[in-house]
Design a protein around this ligand. Structure first.
Ligand SMILES: Nc1ncnc2c1ncn2[C@@H]1O[C@H](COP(=O)(O)OP(=O)(O)OP(=O)(O)O)[C@@H](O)[C@H]1O
Length: 572
């Protein structure tokens, strides 16, 4: 964070310099005014009044001009700083491993990158404007007030301790509340996010009322904390104004007595009063700073938590690269457990997947098939054992290099807002139209795209909301195919396709990917019946490896899966 601030040292220096100039001009005004009264008015010297009055107007205008400059540079610094922090956050989060990402959660990451950064930006802006102005004004005001009327300065001994106590008391109460407010923003975002993304399910299950209540609770909670914070602020300002007004009364009172005794001139009293107001105003500004800074501190802490989070999937210091890779995937004694989970999801899994062959993984739900697949592109790292490609541990290959060679189709088809072409270019940045159409043809997706006039420019809404489940799956398969990778990983990617489309897609895929290593996770035996080898997973352990024929002849778990599906089909 400091590094980001340092970048703006020119602007910050300008803020300080311009503020200093403006303050000096402002501090000059009461003295000039005292002279107008004590010299000009008392002596009836009209030219002196006009000359000094004119000078006052020039000083005031110049001060306004300088303060406009302060606002400009302070805003530029704060907004630029916020942009840099947001960029840092985004880049950091984008590089997070899935495991690290899950530790904070999407909703909180969104709040931290938007709301928290905004808090810091606002406070930085305020600090730059007020926190340079207030101390300068305070010191200048005290020096000039005391120099002018040391006797009357005793009045401050009454008001300053009251203000100090007030600031201390309120900031102690407010700091924890600000931290709580940010947490509640997280909670609110989480509820809103879940309700919006799950709107279809919520309607289908008639859960609108329940969601409304959940939102209402989070909303009320946020409001209550906000009100508590604002109540404090609401008390602070009037109390400060009362202290200020009583101080003015005291000054006028004692000043009048001193004037009466001939110890002081009227102009002097007016100037002293203005300096006193400047002193108190700067204290009020400082007190707001003391309250606002903790708020930004709470946000800064949350931002830093993300920035300083240790990523558990890192690139090796000296990544190994090889020109000609075959794509032999070897899992050796692999065990894996999700963060915080008691039991491992995978236990001693060993197998080899060769190029030019199709390896299928089958097993009951929750048996660890998707997890096993995710270990290959290092979405997670193994706990024990190794996953290697051509004998090289995937942890020794740079993530960029590794993933470049893999076409991964996740279980839940994920599309991004943009055109079909934009989505396909996620697979290959410089894909030509012809390459994209070929990929769509193989993925059996060109039919429904061609039906629309826009072709590759057809718009995909957020999350692919304007496509059916099967269409989304086919588009995400096309995205992997367009890359023409050495390794294809399909995580239950054919489940939403009818048997005919499923079979056609696979046969066309095998035609163009004869040299590639293909791993297919599937629920349906039909999808994998012709695979070169089938791995049967059972509760995270390998229950058997072989062809359909071999496994059906001797593997009990596989037999049960096949028979249960046959029974299902017959039943249907
Ligand atoms: N991100 C996660 N955090 C914690 N546990 C998880 C996570 N993802 C999966 N699990 C757990 O790991 C186990 C294996 O999940 P996995 O998704 O690998 O199973 P699967 O065989 O692919 O199941 P399915 O066929 O239903 O997709 C499950 O018990 C699941 O609860």
């Amino acid at each position: 964070m400091l590094a980001h601030i340092k970048k703006y040292y020119v602007q910050i220096s300008l803020v300080v310099l311009l503020t200093l100039g403006a303050i000096m001009l402002e501090l000059l005004l009461p003295t000039l005014m005292a002279n107008v009264v004590d010299i000009g008015i008392v002596k009836g010297d009209i030219p002196y009044i006009l000359k000094t009055g004119g000078l006052m107007v020039i000083c005031a205008l110049a001060a306004v001009l300088l303060m406009t400059g302060v606002s400009f540079f302070a805003s530029r610094t704060a907004l630029g700083f916020a942009r840099d922090v947001r960029r840092d956050l985004f880049v950091t989060v984008e590089n997070f491993s899935v495991q690290t990402f899950e530790k904070i959660g999407t909703a909180s990451l969104i709040t931290r990158s938007t709301n928290d950064v905004k808090q810091v930006q606002d406070v930085l802006n305020m600090v730059l404007r007020m926190m340079t102005r207030a101390p300068l004004m305070l010191v200048g005001g005290i020096v000039l007030a005391v120099a002018r009327e040391p006797g009357l300065s005793v009045v401050f001994l009454g008001s300053l301790p009251i203000l100090a106590l007030l600031i201390f008391f309120i900031s102690r109460k407010a700091i924890p509340l600000f931290a709580a407010l940010q947490k509640k923003t997280d909670k609110l975002n989480l509820v809103v996010r879940q309700s919006l993304t799950g709107v279809r399910v919520i309607r289908a299950f008639n859960n609108v009322e329940h969601e409304k209540q959940r939102f209402h609770a989070a909303n009320e909670d946020f409001r209550d904390t906000g009100i508590r914070v604002n109540k404090m602020m609401a008390v602070l300002f009037p109390v400060m104004m009362i202290v200020m007004n009583f101080t003015s009364i005291a000054i006028v009172w004692f000043g009048a007595v001193r004037i009466d005794q001939g110890l002081m001139q009227v102009g002097n009293l007016m100037a002293f009063l203005q300096y006193a107001m400047m002193i108190l105003m700067s204290l009020i500004m400082l007190s707001f700073g003391f309250i606002m800074i903790p708020r930004a501190q709470a946000s800064l802490k949350r931002i830093n938590e993300v920035l300083l989070m240790e990523n558990d999937i890192l690139d090796p210091e000296t990544p190994r690269t090889r020109r000609n890779l075959n794509g032999v995937i070897t899992c050796k004694d692999v065990s894996f457990r999700y963060a915080g989970a008691e039991k491992p999801v995978l236990k001693n899994v060993s197998f080899e997947a060769k190029p030019g062959e199709t390896t299928a993984i089958i097993g009951s739900t929750g048996s660890g098939k998707s997890t096993l697949l995710k270990l290959i592109p290092r979405l997670y790292d193994v706990e024990e054992g190794t996953v290697s490609i051509d004998g090289e541990d995937v942890r020794n290959i740079s993530q960029q290099e590794l993933r470049k060679r893999i076409g991964y189709v996740p279980q839940k088809a994920m599309l991004f807002s943009g055109t079909v072409a934009d989505n396909l270019r996620y697979g290959k940045e410089d894909a030509t139209d012809q390459e994209m159409w070929e990929a769509l043809d193989i993925a059996q997706a060109s039919g429904f795209i061609k039906e629309k006039n826009e072709g590759l420019h057809l718009y995909v809404e957020q999350g692919g909301a304007n496509f059916s489940g099967g269409q989304k799956q086919r588009l995400s398969i096309a995205r992997a195919i367009v890359r023409r990778p050495d390794i294809y990983l399909f995580d239950d990617s054919f489940s939403a396709l009818d048997f005919k489309t499923d079979a056609k897609l696979r046969s066309e895929l095998f035609n163009i990917a004869k040299e590639a290593t293909i791993i297919i996770v599937a629920q349906r035996v039909n999808t994998i019946i012709h695979a070169d080898q089938i791995i049967v997973l059972n509760e995270g352990e390998i229950a058997g490896i072989g062809t359909h024929k071999e496994l059906f002849a001797e593997n009990q778990v596989y037999q049960e899966i096949v028979l249960s599906q046959q029974a299902g089909e017959e039943g249907a």
